[in-house]
Ligand binder design. Structure first.
Ligand SMILES: [Zn+2]
Length: 72
């Protein structure tokens, strides 16, 4: 019974560690105007990156393109 508790605690610790070490970095945005893609990141960070890219590379075009989600 104690062994079961240890296993459960270990699984929870591993799960938290995976979450903390970029487990949410499952989003990237691709540019609609060129082949640029953001790195895998959080949803909000990927959106900030693509807006920044449009501002630098396509200043006359509203940010667009596609968002990609990588499932686990
Ligand atoms: Zn672009």
């Amino acid at each position: 019974m104690e062994l079961l508790c240890v296993i459960v605690v270990a699984i929870i610790i591993i799960w938290i560690a995976v979450k903390a070490s970029g487990g949410n970095n499952n989003y990237r945005n691709s540019c609609g105007e060129c082949r640029y893609r953001t790195t895998w990141s959080t949803q909000s960070q990927a959106e900030r990156d693509i807006v920044e890219h449009y501002r630098n590379s396509h200043p006359d075009i509203d940010p667009g393109g596609r968002q990609h989600y990588r499932g686990r």
